[in-house]
Write a protein that binds this ligand. Structure first.
Ligand code: S3P
Length: 175
């Protein structure tokens, strides 16, 4: 473990919506004996509004501002951090991610993800209903950004959560 100034790794999970950042993050945090900070939940609590309400009432830019502020606040804490899918969009966020923590990209295909999240009303970016198309569009823009930030790429398709956890733990043991 070289990127933190403490012995305990504080991994950050990135990846598109539906890739399992929160659920795998929860298991990982439990295993490492540290808290999970789910960035979306953190923002929701601070704003006292749901994600769809933030998007509808304040707009996406306001959400992104909150997301960047939240990341600045929590990065470096001894915790597993599950980011929202768009956290890599801003350069300032990528700089933070790359400098602080082992970043793990849960890489999943749009086809895999669409099956998992189609119709989820808590995700404003797929509210149009064209989930697969939207995920393909996001993947095109974001895959290079996830890749740029990632210390470890986990091929998430076809991998059960337990296997995903084991694979992340193996990676963490090596750093
Ligand atoms: C977003 C992903 C969401 C949430 C917001 C925007 C995105 O988080 O932050 O709806 O831009 O991909 P999840 O990746 O946890 O769904």
């Amino acid at each position: 473990m070289t990127k933190n100034n403490v012995n305990q790794p504080s991994p950050v999970l990135v990846g598109l919506m539906g890739s399992g950042k929160s659920s795998i993050g929860r298991k990982l945090a439990k295993h490492l004996g540290i808290p999970l900070i789910d960035l979306d939940e953190y923002i929701v609590q601070k704003a006292s509004k749901s994600i769809p309400e933030i998007f509808a009432d304040l707009g996406e830019k306001a959400f992104r501002d909150m997301e960047s502020a939240a990341l600045r606040e929590v990065i470096g804490q001894q915790a597993v951090i599950a980011t929202g899918g768009g956290a890599v969009m801003r350069e300032e966020n990528r700089v933070l991610l790359k400098s602080h923590s082992p970043v793990i990209w849960l890489k999943a295909s749009p086809e895999f993800l669409a099956k998992r999240i189609d119709g989820d009303s808590n995700r404003p970016l797929i509210a149009t209903g064209e989930t697969l198309q939207q995920l393909k569009h996001l993947a095109e823009i974001r895959y290079p950004l996830y890749r740029e930030c990632a210390d470890y790429v986990l091929p998430r398709d076809d991998m059960k959560k337990r296997e995903a956890l084991d694979s992340i733990l193996q990676f963490l043991q090596k750093i």
